[in-house]
Design a protein around this ligand. Sequence first.
Ligand code: MTE
Length: 398
Amino acid sequence: MQALRGPLNYDEEPSRHLSLIINAKDPFNAETPRAALVESYVTPVDMFFKRNHGPIPILDDPQRYRVTVDGLVPKPLLLSMDDIRLLPKYTVTATLQCAGNRRTPMSKTKLVKGVGWDVGAVGNAVWGGAKLSDLLKLASIPENTANTEAGGKHVEFTSVDACEEENGGPYKASVSLLHATNPKADVLLAYEMNGKVLNRDHGYPLRVAIPGVIGARSVKWLDRIDVIANDFQGFFMQKDYKMFPPNVDWDNINWLSRRPLMDFPVQCVICSLEDVCSIGQGKKVNISGYALSGGGRGIERVDVSVDGGETWIEARRYQKNKVPYLADSEECDKWAWVFFELETEIYPPTDIIAKAVDSSANVQPEKVETIWNLRGVLNNSWHVIHANSPAKATHLSL
Ligand code: MTE
């Protein structure tokens, strides 16, 4: 194919917004600043976090671009972008969250391995493209199929990129065939992001977007789709993006003992305040942020405490133009984050805390220590802000 997989060469990276917080330069990994996350319900593309494992591929001839559909399928295919655009187009508003979001705070408990991320490895976009379930129908796999006659049970996505962890090999991931062929799962082969052609950083010309699932499975710069018998056996599914209990460390890890991560858990983050801030006595403060849960579960509640967890107040929740949000209502974007907001007086020193409950009554764990894991994934512990009084001015009498 058009694959330009080559040496791990970072000479032709796209230009990026200067406000992004760069966590690693080559490969480029950068997050949205905390306050900017809640400035708009749909995250602008240039401010959207970028998570890469190698250089950004250059696929600048859309006419030559082809996607191979092969493996344990009744009918293999070779599709151009024109073929994919002929499939019905869907737009799905979905929040993409990296499994490593909030890794840096987890690392403060005990060191973890991986690119450091604060709270901005997450963003909400309107993805436009074809449904994977429709594409698989072209390959003669009907909707809601768990396995093909030839024994296919998973769908593997292969990129054209070259990854550091795979010694220059491509990034890959897989989902179950049942998930891929379920039209209600809204798995997209996206060629648009926020109404514009996908840009290079986010997977031009075609990427997978899997709502409600950790970002690692939404493969960018798609080269192949293969139906396979077992989930992808390579690095990014078997030796990464798995969650271990706190007692497992690098000297006693058994990678095979855990399944690859898929849905992300219930999460919420206060974006209007830094983790440590100074606030005057009795000052009214806006406490706002994002909340989300995986698997299409909505946000049932966001509780905020301004007295270190003694008492709790329910925050207002909304999506889009501040329309009040009710989990599972017709109007809500099933796969998208929910913003929350509360204005109240603060009496420092105190801890301001936010925790969310999703529509299946899942709650966030209180302490990060209880979910510490050596790769620092899925930190969804209560978000705690330490509020202090402003330092008093000292008058020196001479
Ligand atoms: N796809 C390819 N080909 N290469 C990658 O490095 N990173 C994955 C996923 N898809 C990755 C990829 C990870 S870990 C995440 S969180 C998302 O892309 C990030 O998508 P974004 O950069 O568009 O925000």
